[in-house]
Design a protein around this ligand. Structure first.
Ligand SMILES: Cc1cc2nc3c(=O)[nH]c(=O)nc-3n(C[C@H](O)[C@H](O)[C@H](O)COP(=O)(O)O)c2cc1C
Length: 202
């Protein structure tokens, strides 16, 4: 089948777009408002977008509390979502008032960032501390503003639980990440395999 996204006439009960651009990592974004209020929410429009310097991005569909906080303070954290924290991650996505602290709501420890004044998930096996470099309200192809707001951040500090370091590597299999698919679906990770680049062969 083929359909154009203006008509969006896919004929299915649910839009398949996010099921195609999948799996996506989940950035569990921790922020603080100017008034000191804490916020924690999962974002699957999230990824690493550069490594020299290290950069990540998350995108807010609409003006949500995390966006407000990064615009107020210029910093955020992104914690790693392991399968063991799935229920807490889901709980932290509840649409609650600005004042509600999702760390408390989800029964999580709000650990203080070492380099940025933003909280991260103390129970997470890894977390990134980030300084905002740009907030970009995404333009559409006609140059009109959309209501998608991409937040880019430079990673200034990285937490890794010592138990996750095996053989000098971050052991992703032990970290057991949860990935976001389309619909209400999630997936865990399959077996890890290595593939050398063509230039590294022979
Ligand atoms: C796994 C998962 C991924 C999500 N990804 C996004 C996303 O990329 N962008 C977004 O705007 N909302 C996303 N949401 C919804 C937000 O987490 C939710 O709207 C949350 O209440 C926003 O919180 P905030 O207003 O405190 O920032 C996601 C929810 C879940 C459960």
């Amino acid at each position: 089948m083929f359909y154009d996204t203006e008509s969006n006439a896919h004929g299915m009960a649910h839009d398949p777009f996010k099921a195609i651009v999948a799996p996506r990592p989940i950035g569990w974004i921790g922020t603080k408002g100017r008034d000191g209020s804490r916020n924690l929410s999962p974002y699957s429009f999230f990824n690493a977008v550069g490594d020299k310097p290290k950069m990540v991005m998350f995108s807010s569909s609409g003006r949500k509390d995390s966006l407000r906080n990064v615009q107020e303070t210029g910093v955020f954290t992104a914690s790693f979502v392991s399968r063991s924290l799935l229920d807490q991650m889901n709980a932290s996505s509840a649409a609650v008032s600005y004042e509600t602290d999702e760390f408390t709501l989800a029964g999580l420890t709000a650990a203080a960032g070492k380099l940025v004044d933003a909280p991260y998930v103390g129970e997470a096996v890894a977390a990134l501390e980030c300084c905002v470099t740009k907030v970009l309200t995404l333009p559409d192809m006609d140059g009109n503003e959309t209501d998608s707001h991409a937040v880019f951040g430079q990673v200034v500090g990285i937490h890794i639980a010592d138990a996750m370091i095996r053989g000098g590597r971050f052991d992703l299999a032990s970290a057991d990440p949860i990935m976001r698919l389309g619909y209400m679906d999630y997936a865990g990770m399959g077996p890890v395999f290595e593939l050398k680049r063509p230039s590294q062969r022979g």
